[in-house]
Design a protein. Structure first.
Length: 187
């Protein structure tokens, strides 16, 4: 009887259930310039976005790593950079690496902290403090940071909510965004 109990305990602890390690889906949300860049780029939303992530982990792990790629198409209003069209249109691509932490008991929800690089392109030039010309540039490259929550739904979907701050301490326009994404989770 003891041998059977030991075998049952070993089998139960040795086979940690893997979570889906990848996800691909859509993302949308609101975005605004921060500080002096709020007057330049204004505020708006991401009309469409796509993202893919990889975060291998098991249900017994409270700490893991994550990598994410995203492309977002934004429309911003109220900024003085929109000269030709009443809206400033942007394309943002970013690549981030980070950690996932599970500080709570549920095995389906993770806190994420990521940092990486962002490429931003706009339809009109955006003047910033670092721009040498008064008209500004249309292309920017700089660091980005995010904090968010990943929630698995029925083992097949992943819902994520992120706060994203872009162009940290580099000459590009500083923005902050609240993003919501949903994707298919799988191997």
């Amino acid at each position: 009887m003891r041998a059977l109990a030991i075998v049952a305990i070993v089998c139960a602890t040795a086979a940690a259930e893997p979570m889906p390690s990848g996800a691909i889906g859509v993302v949308t949300g609101g975005v605004a310039g921060t500080g002096a860049d709020n007057a330049t780029v204004g505020y708006g939303f991401y009309a469409f976005g796509a993202q893919a992530s990889w975060q291998p982990t098991t249900t017994e792990s409270h700490l893991g790593w994550t990598v994410r790629w995203a492309t977002l198409f934004g429309i911003l209003y109220g900024g003085n950079a929109a000269r030709i069209d009443p809206s400033l249109r942007t394309v943002q691509m970013d690549f981030t690496l980070g950690v996932r932490v599970r500080p709570w008991a549920t095995v389906t929800r993770y806190l994420t902290l990521r940092g990486g690089v962002e490429l931003l392109r706009s339809n009109d030039p955006i003047a910033t403090d670092e721009t040498s010309s008064s008209l500004g540039n249309r292309d920017f490259l700089g660091p980005i940071a995010t904090v968010g929550i990943d929630q698995y739904i029925a083992g097949a979907l992943m819902l994520d909510v992120d706060v994203r701050y872009g162009m940290i301490a580099i000459g590009g326009p500083a923005t902050i965004a609240l993003l919501v994404g949903i994707g298919f989770a799988g191997p």
